[in-house]
Design a protein around this ligand. Structure first.
Ligand SMILES: [Zn+2]
Length: 58
């Protein structure tokens, strides 16, 4: 099983001129960007308010 290490979380703004991004976990509109390190790579995922709390407390 791969180990994801949370590096940082940023607020994410859906700008009007860009496509809306959705939470990778539940599909709601994303409000936060989470950056993880996985082995030697960096992975950026987007989460809604609810799911980011689970990520932060994990
Ligand atoms: Zn979510």
């Amino acid at each position: 099983m791969e180990v994801k290490t949370l590096q940082y979380v940023e607020d994410f703004t859906n700008e009007s001129d860009k496509k809306i991004k959705f939470c990778v976990y539940c599909g709601n509109v994303a409000t936060h960007t989470a950056c993880f390190s996985v082995e030697h790579a960096t992975v950026i995922e987007r989460y809604c308010d609810t799911c980011i709390k689970n990520i932060r407390s994990a």
